[in-house]
Design a protein around this ligand. Structure first.
Ligand code: DGL
Length: 268
């Protein structure tokens, strides 16, 4: 692998852009290829098997684009397909997911806290966060609630007031009384982080692990001497279905002229 090869990032839609933004801030010289699988959005309602199928196909596309590292910037795909993607990619690229860096963050700083978690149905029902936390001796008991419609609503409405009634319904869940912190276990949710924080009167910590994920990517590249120090930091965006909302969102995340390329997704 060579330093100038791009980092491939994927998600079902705009969610992964929250992680891509942190990554670009930390590693501005890296060339980035982003794949938003907008044709199959939302992932959170699909079966693990279906999400694995999409993830493997995208991993293949990113390998064909010569990526040195593939970042699964989606909790649902990380829960359902991290192992499968790692096996498929083998030694051709480094694979990083968004769950492991969050687990490390929780272990380091939230040991004695009351921590809640919101994510898609896929992520919450997989119980992957709790399982991984239980592997360490300082286990944290997570209170997890699936917030099924949230990712699709964010994709559709962005950070709009229409989201508030939905948040009211989900976040007033009795298990979320007296929380110290809430994990945003879906990469779409940082888009409405402020609204979520406001619901809790800004009294609890909202854990958005995008920066932690970016640091893990940096560390993995450093370890293999693969950081790109020369730039130019090119960004390329692919979508499996061209949508106006995705086009508008990329502009919010990256204030530069971005070209979206339609990459039709061939089913196997
Ligand atoms: N952003 C994704 C996640 O982190 C997927 C949301 C969805 O497509 O349902 O889970």
């Amino acid at each position: 692998m060579k330093n100038h090869q791009p980092i491939g990032i994927f998600d079902s839609g705009i969610g992964g852009l929250t992680v891509a933004q942190s990554l670009v801030k930390l590693l501005p010289k890296e060339n980035i290829i982003y794949f938003g699988d907008t044709a199959h959005l939302p992932y959170g309602d699909k079966s693990a098997e279906t999400i694995r199928g999409y993830s493997l196909k995208i991993a293949q596309i990113l390998l064909e684009q010569n990526c040195k590292l593939i970042l699964i910037a989606c909790n649902s795909a990380s829960a359902a397909a991290h192992e499968a993607v790692k096996q498929f990619v083998a030694s051709k690229a480094i694979v990083v997911d968004v769950i492991d860096p969050t687990i490390d963050l929780l272990r380091e700083s939230y040991g004695n806290k009351r921590v809640g978690l919101i994510g898609t149905r896929q992520t919450v029902h997989s119980n992957v966060y709790q399982k991984k936390l239980d592997e360490s001796k300082h286990s944290i008991n997570l209170m997890s609630v699936p917030t099924n419609l949230l990712a699709a609503a964010i994709e559709e409405f962005g950070n709009h007031t229409l989201l508030e009634p939905l948040l009211e319904k989900y976040l007033s869940h009795p298990t979320f009384k007296n929380l110290d912190a809430l994990v945003l276990a879906c990469t779409h949710y940082p888009v409405i982080k402020e609204k979520i924080s406001k619901f809790f009167d800004h009294k609890i910590e909202i854990i958005d692990s995008s920066d932690a994920v970016a640091r893990v990517v940096k560390h993995r590249l450093e370890k293999d001497n693969l950081l790109n120090l020369d730039g130019p930091g090119k960004k390329h965006f692919y979508v499996s279905d061209f949508t106006d909302s995705f086009a508008a969102s990329t502009k919010i995340f990256f204030d530069e002229n971005i070209t979206l390329e339609h990459y039709p997704f061939q089913e196997k």
